[in-house]
Design a protein around this ligand. Structure first.
Ligand code: DC
Length: 228
């Protein structure tokens, strides 16, 4: 089998990362969560109080960006990759609703996208990668051998996010999450820089009524067709 690039794009909270991680594990590929990169930059801004009423202090961020280091390290115990910001494990903190509420503005900044895309494209060297995000099949790897565009209804996606956050002990309301999902959909689709759109050659999957096992089997089948 040849080593390929698998690009999984789609709306927020669709289960892209679950699907991408499962495939990477099954076929022994690297998994790269590009949303975690934008979330880490957002956390960095929030910690420095550079976001006021949804407006980012771009000048300060631009200056600091080259010194922001984002890495992924494998946690043997959890059997999962975790995100590190300048050497600190921020895996849980970047998933909070506070970060989710600000990540759209940070990820719409052109120079931030340019820097993150460059980091993502560096994985080309290690072919055999599953990457999930919003622009992987359109901007980062337009030549990816397998592109999937994942979608599900906003209510179902909000319920999944709600279950995930409450399981971690975060106190959140379903309505607040649904609002965040809808707002991020709008911002992801309408931003000037690399808006979320389906690549022409992407396979669309609506997983609203699929189990994780069904999705996994579906993706593995597509992968085997392309990597043959
Ligand atoms: O997949 P996620 O919810 O963790 O992504 C967080 C945010 O980052 C999301 O609101 C959109 C943005 N994002 C992006 O613009 N481009 C990517 N390739 C990945 C995420």
């Amino acid at each position: 089998m040849k080593k390929i690039i698998v690009a999984i794009d789609g709306y927020s909270s669709c289960g892209k990362s679950t699907m991408a991680k499962d495939l990477a594990k099954s076929v022994g590929y690297a998994y790269v969560d590009t949303g975690a990169m934008y979330r880490s930059v957002t956390l960095y801004c929030l910690r420095n109080n550079w976001i006021t009423n949804g407006v980012v202090d771009e000048e300060k961020l631009k200056e600091a960006l080259p010194s922001i280091r984002i890495d992924f390290k494998y946690n043997q115990e959890k059997k999962a990759n975790e995100t590190y910001l300048n050497g600190e494990n921020v895996e849980d903190e970047i998933r909070s609703l506070t970060v989710s509420n600000s990540v759209s503005v940070v990820s719409s900044i052109g120079f931030v996208r340019k820097a993150m895309v460059a980091l993502q494209q560096a994985y080309r060297e290690t072919r055999g990668v599953v990457m999930d995000g919003r622009d992987i099949g359109t901007v980062v790897y337009p030549d990816a051998e397998l592109k999937v565009f994942l979608t599900a209804s906003p209510e179902i996606r909000a319920q999944r996010r709600y279950d995930e956050l409450t399981a971690k002990g975060e106190k959140v309301s379903f309505d607040e999450i649904l609002e965040n999902v809808k707002q991020r959909d709008y911002m992801d689709q309408n931003r000037a820089e690399s808006p979320l759109r389906q690549a022409e050659d992407a396979i669309v999957l609506d997983n609203s009524h699929m189990t994780i096992a069904e999705q996994k089997a579906w993706l593995l089948e597509r992968f085997e067709e392309r990597a043959k």
